[in-house]
Structures are given as structure tokens and as C-alpha cells.
Ligand binder design. Structure first.
Ligand code: 5GP
Length: 134
């Protein structure tokens, strides 16, 4: 059965899109630890990140790097932190978290609420910056 992330990639479930390439997709986490909390996923549906073949794994990290640099340009933060957990959704993904305080990097921290308007604003801005990068 397709994961919720595959349904998002296929456009069957809405998301606040951040970036897309032939093999990878990035969108805002619906329950963010910080403003701009983004998930980067391979389109290939594989649960455990270290089951990805080497090309896909390295491609995912290079894609995440580009997304992180775009996030940094749009969101005030100390830096963009990186997390891989993968216990909730069985589809490999990298969390990018533009944090202001280290506690926001803890997956068990309370999730903040970001309004729909702000989510749209963030995704629009970051998409535009990402599109200008090469
Ligand atoms: P993990 O599997 O790494 O523990 O966490 C999965 C992440 O996916 C969580 O941070 C959760 O908020 C996010 N998430 C789960 N379902 C959805 C969804 O339907 N849409 C979006 N945008 N994020 C989701």
C-alpha cells in the first residue's frame, strides 16, 4: 500500500510543497518543530533510509542540502538542523529544521502551530529561492 508520502508526491493528498526534482520531493511538515520544518523524501518508496541504494541516498542528501540553503535564505534561524528518525511514516525522509533554539531539534518536543497563511507564505518563498539555485 502506498505510504502517505507517496500519496503526497502523487498529489492525492495536499501539501505545502517546497521543491521537486525527478527523484526527490520536499514539503512542509504538517506538525512542525519550527517554522519551515521540511521533509525531504525520495520518490522511490523505501522505508529505511539505509536500505536506499547509494545513488539515491547520496542524491537525497544533496537535494536536502540545496533545500536547507534555500530555507536559510527565507527563515530566520540559528541554522538548519538535520534529523532522520522514520518511526512514524515508513518512507525514508530527512527532516530539515530551521531552529532558533536547540530544543526544537528534539523530535519529542511539543510541535508549534503555524497558520495556513504562514505555511503558504513559506512554501511560496522557498520554492522561488530553490528554483533560482542551480
Ligand atoms: P518520523 O517518521 O521521522 O518520526 O516523522 C514523520 C513526520 O511526518 C512527522 O514529523 C509528522 O509530523 C510528519 N507527517 C506525518 N503525516 C504527515 C502528512 O500527512 N503531511 C505532512 N506534511 N507531514 C506529515
Amino acid at each position: 500500500m502506498a505510504t502517505i508520502f507517496s500519496k503526497i508526491i502523487a498529489g492525492e493528498i495536499p501539501c505545502y510543497k517546497i521543491a521537486e526534482t525527478e527523484d526527490f520531493f520536499a514539503f512542509l511538515d504538517i506538525n512542525p518543530l519550527a517554522k519551515g520544518h521540511t521533509l525531504c523524501v525520495p520518490k522511490k518508496e523505501i522505508d529505511y533510509i539505509y536500505d536506499l541504494d547509494d545513488n539515491t541516498l547520496s542524491g537525497l542528501h544533496l537535494f536536502a542540502k540545496k533545500v536547507a540553503l534555500a530555507l536559510e535564505k527565507c527563515i530566520e534561524c540559528k541554522r538548519v538542523g538535520v534529523l532522520v528518525i522514520g518511526t512514524e511514516v515508513p518512507h525514508a525522509h530527512v527532516h530539515l529544521i530551521p531552529f532558533q533554539q536547540e530544543v526544537q531539534m528534539a523530535i519529542t518536543s511539543p510541535r508549534g502551530k503555524v497558520s495556513q497563511e504562514e505555511m503558504i507564505e513559506i512554501s511560496t518563498k522557498v520554492q522561488a529561492v530553490f528554483a533560482e539555485m542551480n
